[in-house]
Design a protein around this ligand. Structure first.
Ligand SMILES: *[C@@H]1O[C@H](CO)[C@@H](O)[C@H](O)[C@H]1NC(C)=O
Ligand SMILES: *[C@@H]1O[C@H](CO)[C@@H](O)[C@H](O)[C@H]1NC(C)=O
Ligand SMILES: [Ca+2]
Ligand SMILES: [Ca+2]
Length: 214
């Protein structure tokens, strides 16, 4: 026991000395966050599981821009879900607690970006700088808020009717005409996958914890 403790203290001393000698490198990679603009009004802040609509520009350490969502490709801002590794770790870490309309500069070490392998035109061990702007924040498909929005009678479970109603509203929101046959089919499909105990309702637990997605 004593020996173990001494060994522990020794290795701690050694590693901290080593860190000190090598210029005090941080043991864990962190994202450096600089807020460039925060809107006056902020109704909600981004959190794990939210979907964010983002414009971004990426720069190498030498200042060369390697990507801009505003000028490259289809010139569209991109949607992604925060915190589920859909994007590089540096984005998941650096884009928490953002307001809609907020702009940040993120400096992301390789360990939280494309690491020692790099990717495409990103060379190995690249520290990347991103200017990100959040245009919109929405509830993720599996958020508590989404469930509450769907659960019209607040009984903590979703009936077939509530799911169909939700589909209809989603179609409307995205500008598609309602189609009862299609909503019925989608609802059946959703229930066959989500209603695990086949009681005819999707409980909040069945809704939140999925095995195949997220
Ligand atoms: C900047 O760095 C990138 C990646 O290492 C490289 O491809 C590019 O040629 C560099 N640009 C200049 C101007 O040095
Ligand atoms: C409604 O959906 C069904 C099933 O997908 C499809 O066959 C039908 O053409 C759709 N009706 C309209 C009016 O779009
Ligand atoms: Ca309900
Ligand atoms: Ca159920």
């Amino acid at each position: 026991m004593m020996m173990m403790m001494m060994l522990g203290v020794l290795s701690y001393l050694c590693s901290s000395t080593l860190l000190w000698v090598s210029g005090g490198k941080l043991p864990e990679a962190e994202v450096s966050i600089e807020v460039l603009h925060r809107p006056f009004l902020c109704h909600r802040k981004s959190k794990y599981g939210d979907i964010l609509l983002v414009h971004h520009e990426g720069y190498f350490e030498n200042g060369t821009m390697f990507h801009s969502s505003r000028t490259h490709g289809d010139k569209q801002a991109v949607w992604f879900t925060l915190g589920i590794r859909e994007v590089i770790k540096g984005w998941d870490k650096g884009m928490q607690d953002m307001c809609s309309g907020e702009k940040r500069k993120l400096i992301i070490p390789p360990a939280l970006a494309y690491g020692s392998e790099g990717k495409g035109k990103i060379p190995p061990e690249s520290t990347l700088t991103f200017i990100v702007e959040v245009l919109e924040i929405r509830n993720g498909p599996r958020s508590h808020e989404s469930f509450q929005e769907m659960d019209l009678n607040d009984d903590w479970k979703l009936s077939r009717q509530e799911v169909k109603e939700y589909l209809r509203k989603e179609f409307e929101r995205h500008g598609y005409p309602p189609n009862d046959t299609l909503h019925e089919n989608m609802m059946q499909d959703i229930f066959s996958k989500e209603d695990e105990n086949k009681d005819g309702f999707i409980s909040s637990r069945e809704f939140t914890y999925r095995h195949d997605e997220l």
